[in-house]
Design a protein around this ligand. Structure first.
Ligand code: BG6
Length: 496
């Protein structure tokens, strides 16, 4: 970290991401006094004057983050926002941008180039940044740096991700590159490392000797909406698994890094991904919600999956033999992201239970969103009974514990780290490539068998029945504990 001011140059500045996420995040940082002296420049093909651009962004705050708006400090914040029209494919326009930067920067400044653009333009934008000399930085820790933030999707398969990495590395060195996976910016995802490694009591049981299975659910109630054009080519495995689910998996299953340093953490995340056993089609379920093909932008006979459930194994000392079940889908019953660690049942039950199989095991649930928190389920004796018991919940919720605190959005967190020049929460080139290496063969085999394999599910359900069967086969079932509270009381396990 150095103490230079920062220039944030956003490509694709007239787009949705800038208005909806980036500017509200930067404005929040400004309000919290966490934004260093800065100049924000937006560029895209649209025509805006500086003032029109500021108004357009203010509109975004009013729409997407109205409770944060204070007109007086917005005006102050907006003074440092500028707009320059530019075409991503015109090398000449990058030279003009370089001149603009020189005009606006009063002192030597760090620069963050944010590519909030269609992935079709990544190669050209990177090359043009290079040609205009915008990637060049002086050596030395205190010299102003030039970093580039690249949004997802980062490639559509291993080969395209490798090609993108190659292009990037011709212009930027790896430590200048910040690849976004916004799940890593979620407060609760970051808390996984604190929960595991800032406590002593969980880590000793966090392995094959005590854990029966681990589940990760990322359920969304929304359908593909206006993104059908992109989604129909991508499908659920590219859209959610290659990135978000694998990142959650690596956080929950990785080994303890030796320090909180970016490389130490990223090394462990990648090592974990490298230990995933080859995925098998028979351990996966592909689904599509009814009505998907009627959406605008979706091919009428599309076989693109909007739901996936997979079972996988991690071949290392800690996790040998423990099944990990991952599922995600659109148009499901409710929005909920949850990781459950289901522990083994006690080896011997001395209580005379009428049906010991009904005993709910200890389950630790990490509620990533919404109603962020952690639950631990354990057995308690039912009062005034001889041997009846019930699984009860020990709960921690951010809202209640931290007195109604508003958790920062993922983009606020990620931008704050990028501005500070800390890449821990961003994905390294080897991490991205490993994730594609794992998911590519499954995508391929799904595509090869799409006629026979795709199950249909009702919007508003929990996905296709086949996904339930994937676990039933192993004597398991999907668990959801977060966000259920009292309306989901566990049944009593009766004594004889
Ligand atoms: C994006 C996917 O990366 O993540 C979307 O492209 C998905 O399809 C979104 O809806 C989910 O993010 P979140 O933060 O709402 O869980």
């Amino acid at each position: 970290m150095n103490s230079h001011p920062i220039t944030i140059l956003i490509f694709g500045a007239s787009g949705d991401l800038t208005q909806r996420k980036l500017i509200p995040a930067l404005y929040n940082l400004y309000q919290k006094d966490r934004l260093p002296e800065s100049v924000i420049i937006g560029t895209s093909r649209s025509e805006f004057t500086h003032d029109q651009f500021r108004k357009h962004l203010l509109q975004g705050i009013k729409e997407y983050s109205p409770d944060t708006l204070k007109q007086s400090n917005w005006d102050e914040f907006a003074q440092n926002i500028y707009y320059r029209r530019g075409n991503l494919t015109s090398a000449e326009d990058y030279k003009k941008l370089a001149d603009t930067l020189k005009e606006l920067e009063e002192k030597p400044s760090n620069r963050l180039y944010y590519l909030a653009i269609s992935p079709d333009f990544y190669h050209e934008a990177i090359q043009n940044l290079g040609k205009a000399g915008l990637a060049r930085q002086d050596l030395g820790k205190s010299a102003p740096w030039r970093h580039v933030v690249v949004e997802k999707p980062y490639g559509k398969d291993l080969q395209s991700a490798q090609e993108l990495n190659e292009t990037i590395h011709q212009v930027f060195s790896e430590d200048q590159v910040y690849r976004i996976d916004h799940y890593l910016g979620k407060e609760t995802a970051q808390n996984i490392l604190f929960f595991r490694f800032a406590n002593t009591i969980f880590e000793p049981v966090w392995d094959r000797r005590y854990v029966d299975n681990i589940q990760i659910t990322v359920a969304e109630s929304v359908d593909v909406g206006h993104r059908a054009g992109y989604y129909d080519k991508a499908g659920i495995l590219r859209d959610m698994f290659q990135n978000h689910l694998f990142q959650l998996l690596s956080l929950v299953a990785m080994e303890a890094p030796a320090s909180f340093d970016a490389d130490a953490i990223r090394n462990e995340r990648v090592k974990l991904l490298q230990s995933i056993r080859t995925l098998r089609r028979e351990n996966s379920v592909a689904g599509q919600y009814l009505g998907y093909c009627d959406a605008d932008g979706v091919a009428k006979n599309s076989r693109t999956p909007t739901y996936a459930a997979i079972k996988l194994y991690i071949d290392n000392w800690r996790w040998k033999g423990v099944p990990f079940y991952l599922r995600s889908g659109k148009s499901l019953q409710r929005k909920a992201t949850e990781i459950t660690i289901e522990f083994q049942k006690p080896p011997h039950l001395m209580f005379g239970l009428s049906n010991p199989d009904e005993l709910t095991p200890n389950i630790l649930s990490i509620c990533i969103q919404p109603d962020e928190g952690i639950h631990l389920k354990f057995q308690a004796k039912e009062p005034d009974s001889e041997q009846n018991m019930r699984a009860v919940d020990m709960e921690f919720h951010y809202q209640r514990f931290f007195d109604g605190v508003k958790l920062p959005g993922a983009y606020e967190r990620l931008l704050s780290e990028a501005i500070a020049g800390d890449p821990s929460l961003f994905t390294r080139s080897d991490g991205i490539e490993t994730a594609w290496q794992i998911i590519d063969p499954l995508i391929q085999s799904w595509e090869d068998h799409s006629t026979e394999d795709l199950s249909v599910y009702d919007p508003g359900s929990w996905g296709p029945e086949e996904a339930e069967n994937l676990l039933l086969r192993d004597g398991q079932r999907w668990r959801m504990n977060c966000g259920l509270h009292d309306d989901c009381v566990e049944p009593i396990t009766k004594g004889k």
